[in-house]
Design a protein around this ligand. Structure first.
Ligand SMILES: [Fe+2]
Length: 197
């Protein structure tokens, strides 16, 4: 069979990347795609709404840890620099876990900074640098906001029969945040460094 030949112009058009394409969204924010997971639509809608709040707050806390990792100063610089980055990594994993549960429930997860800023309950810190005790107070306050809402939402998920969301909130969000609070809070306890009082 004879080979079909194509000219050089056709080849270059075919191999060209199609950039700047636009179309309408495939799923608007706040709308649910039903999944066959034996949970009612109203249950999934409520869990998605709650998880998006936790997601926005977790993204904010994650970024607060990175801000403080970069901006910390003083005699405890090195240990806090490392600790803040460790907690950043752990919160970053949590962000993915929460966002993917929202998707498996059929929802759309918040993602971009503008949307996170509109949604989060955590107060906005200044752009500049702050002293260590203030950095730590901000982190502890942010953890407490998340812990309080996560416990309420975990109870709501159990009552609605959404055991998976309850498990994520208890096992990952609540336990993870509680552990980080311990490690951070011990840095604002008055303790002699050289001579016992
Ligand atoms: Fe770094």
């Amino acid at each position: 069979m004879a080979k079909r030949s194509i000219d050089a112009g056709t080849i270059s058009n075919k191999s060209k990347a199609l950039t700047r394409q636009q179309a309408s969204e495939i799923q608007p924010f706040g709308h649910l795609v039903p999944r066959p997971i034996a949970l009612g639509e109203s249950v999934c809608t409520k869990s998605v709404e709650n998880l998006n709040q936790i997601l926005a707050d977790t993204i904010t806390l994650r970024d607060l840890y990175k801000k403080h990792h970069w901006q910390v100063a003083g005699p405890t610089f090195y240990q806090l620099h490392l600790l803040f980055d460790k907690h950043y990594d752990e919160q970053n994993e949590l962000v993915d876990t929460i966002a993917e549960r929202i998707r498996l429930l059929g929802g759309v997860s918040v993602a971009m900074a503008h949307d996170v800023a509109e949604t989060t309950s955590i107060p906005r810190p200044p752009k500049g640098r702050e002293e260590v005790p203030v950095q730590i107070s901000r982190l502890l306050h942010a953890h407490e906001i998340i812990l309080k809402e996560a416990r309420t939402m975990a109870r709501q998920a159990t009552e609605a029969g959404d055991d998976g969301t309850n498990d994520l909130l208890v096992s990952d969000v609540i336990r993870g945040n509680e552990l980080q609070v311990w490690f951070v809070a011990e840095h604002v306890v008055e303790m002699p460094l050289v001579q016992a009082v």
